[in-house]
Design a binder for this molecule. Structure first.
Ligand code: ADP
Length: 595
């Protein structure tokens, strides 16, 4: 029998016995005390009465000095077994008569004492005055033995002891029977609890043996066991489901030690649950994180989650790429309790991606090569085309001038058209060359002062100035980081468009201003022209993205494509805000140049 079981039984029994003993002892003590007190009181009463009667009877013999009569009266004390000695003293204190006649002197007082009763160690003594005609003529001494009192005392003691032993025997039997009512339900509960804790078997139930509080306790414990059993089977079911996934699922404590390791993790890494539990996860898997672990943990604590890709090492030494999802679980105080980590093997995807990236890089390089070749080709073709074109333009002009009077109107008209077409082709070639220069030339960025740049452009472009147009610079214009030649090309094209696309008869008004945007500068070119439908805002930046009739406004449709290419090469962006009939506000953004 386990130690706990014997202890509760013995304790219950000991409590019952102890209570019985205490009750019996108190009862016996009170009873004996009461008996002793009442016996003493009765003794005092009897002795007083007896002393009074004998003193009264002995007065005459004492007065008449009749010693014999006095001793006769005293001898009547034989009827009182408790009276062990008596004597009569005369007025002078001499012993006049005594009882029994051969009484030992130690039982009689050595001298006369004051009247009254008093207890000695083994007797009750009384000194009673003998009165004759209201005068004291002597003293009666009586000595009653306390043997009777002690005898009673010991008898009661013996009876009390016997009753105590008898009662204890009965109490022992009863307590043995009764303690079962208390200890058995507790022992049943204890045994159930032991089975649960030792075997982890929550199907155990404690038998309900009573209908009292212990019965209620048993019911409550059984209910708790049933709930725990239900929770356990739910958890087991969830764990079973977690084991079905191909993903590796692990849970780590606050010190990154693994506390849960599913079958997916066993399969992915090759470490069994026994091998993994308790190990520091990133040490076991030799994880190579995309950032430092401190940075990742900082993010995890800030956002409660972290997503990222890492490289880990399997048990067999093979490296794998995983997509990791970490979720932080906090306790009631908000501290990190554990981290749930789900890892998906993306090694194949990574290899495929790397292959794809290689392929894309190879093709991009080839494409770039082709583009460069094409650009070089178009540049040289354009460049080479200009010489014969100039010849065509020159000779058409010469014909018109030198043979003016020999040509009929029809021939002059044809020559006019040849001249216009060759001029347009020249513009096209110049724009293609400009585009090629912007696209392929070396670009190094420097601080550029736009005010000065525009001032430099103006002398070559009277069309940007009064009376043909009105250009307003909202000073100061911020310094930008740009390439002087590219910027000159951009500004010239934008100003050219601003003066070109205006309704006839309207003097172009252009406002140039800059705006600071957190380390970047936006340069605005606002005009009062015909405006552009929002539908075409993207198209106009493409090569040949004309939206207005070329015949009316001229142009090649390459100007804004050059602007966009140049701005992109300077690390910036371009855009426009415009509505038909509302003017246009073109802008480009470049980095601000710090002075
Ligand atoms: P183009 O040589 O025709 O000016 P761009 O590439 O410079 O070629 O411009 C493309 C088209 O965008 C123009 O043909 C015109 O339709 C429109 N556009 C450009 N700038 C303006 C402007 N300031 N106002 C109205 N339309 C414009």
């Amino acid at each position: 029998m386990p130690k706990g079981q014997s202890s509760i039984k013995h304790r219950v029994r000991a409590v019952i016995l102890l209570v019985s003993i205490v009750v019996l002892l108190i009862t016996a003590t009170l009873f004996v005390a009461y008996e002793v007190i009442s016996f003493r009181a009765q003794l005092v009463q009897n002795l007083s009465t007896l002393a009074a009667v004998i003193a009264d009877n002995i007065a005459a013999p004492l007065a008449f000095n009749s010693e014999e009569t006095a001793e006769e009266i005293l001898s009547a004390l034989k009827a009182e077994p408790d009276i062990v000695a008596a004597s009569v003293f005369d007025r002078e204190g001499n012993v006049f008569a005594k009882y029994p006649l051969q009484s030992q002197t130690h039982l009689l007082p050595a001298q006369l004492e004051n009247a009254g009763l008093r207890f000695t160690a083994d007797a009750l003594v009384v000194f009673q005055p003998v009165i004759k005609e209201k005068k004291s003529i002597g003293t009666l001494y009586l000595r009653a033995s306390l043997q009777g009192l002690y005898g009673r005392f010991w008898r009661y003691g013996a009876i009390g002891g016997a009753v105590l032993i008898g009662s204890l025997a009965v109490a022992f039997v009863l307590s043995t029977l009764l303690q079962k009512r208390i200890s058995d339900p507790i022992l049943a509960l204890t045994s159930a609890a032991q089975k649960v804790s030792q075997a982890g078997d929550y199907s155990v139930r404690a038998p309900k043996l009573t209908e009292d509080e212990l019965g209620t306790l048993t019911d409550a414990v059984n209910r708790m066991l049933a709930e725990t059993q239900a929770n356990q089977s739910r958890l087991a079911e969830q764990a079973r489901l977690l084991n079905l996934t191909f993903d590796a699922i692990l849970v780590r404590d606050a010190h990154n030690r693994i506390t849960y390791w599913n079958r997916g993790a066993e399969e992915l890494y090759g470490f069994t649950q026994e091998e993994a539990l308790g190990k520091v996860s990133h040490e076991l898997l030799r994880t190579e994180f995309p950032d430092s672990l401190e940075q990742i943990e900082e993010k995890l604590h800030r956002d409660n989650r972290w997503l990222g890709e890492s490289v880990q090492t399997r048990k067999d030494g093979g490296k794998i790429h995983v997509a990791s999802r970490w979720t932080l679980d906090r306790d009631a105080q908000g501290k990190q309790a554990s981290t749930l980590e789900i890892n998906t093997d993306i090694t194949e995807r990574k290899a495929f991606q790397a292959g794809l990236e290689r392929l894309v890089a190879e093709r991009t390089a080839k494409l770039q090569e082709t583009v460069t070749e094409l650009e070089a080709f178009s540049y040289s073709v354009s460049h080479d085309m200009r010489a014969p074109l100039r010849a065509m333009q020159g000779y058409a002009k010469a014909l018109l001038k030198d043979y003016e009077d020999k040509l009929d109107s029809q021939a002059a008209h044809y020559l006019e058209r040849i001249s216009r077409a060759s001029n347009r082709l020249d513009s096209l070639i110049q724009d293609v060359l400009a585009y090629s220069r912007v696209a392929k030339g070396e670009i190094t960025l420097h601080p550029v002062d736009l005010e000065r740049l525009i001032q430099d452009i103006l002398p070559n472009h009277p069309e940007f100035q009064p009376p043909q147009a009105c250009l307003l610079m909202e000073k100061p214009l911020h310094l930008v980081l740009g390439h002087e030649a590219c910027l000159t090309q951009c500004v010239t094209n934008l100003l050219g468009n601003a003066v070109k696309f205006v309704p006839s008869g309207v003097v172009p008004q252009i406002r140039v201003r800059t705006e600071l945007l957190d380390g970047r500068v936006r340069v605005w070119f606002e005009d009062n022209g015909i405006g552009i439908d929002t539908l075409h805002h993207d198209r106009i930046f493409e090569i040949f993205g004309q939206v207005h009739p070329e015949k009316k406004y001229g142009g090649t449709g390459i100007g804004l494509a050059i602007v966009r290419k140049a701005v992109q090469r300077m690390g910036g962006e371009v855009g426009v805000e415009s509505e038909i009939g509302q003017g246009s506000r073109f802008w480009f953004i470049l980095n601000e140049a710090k002075t």
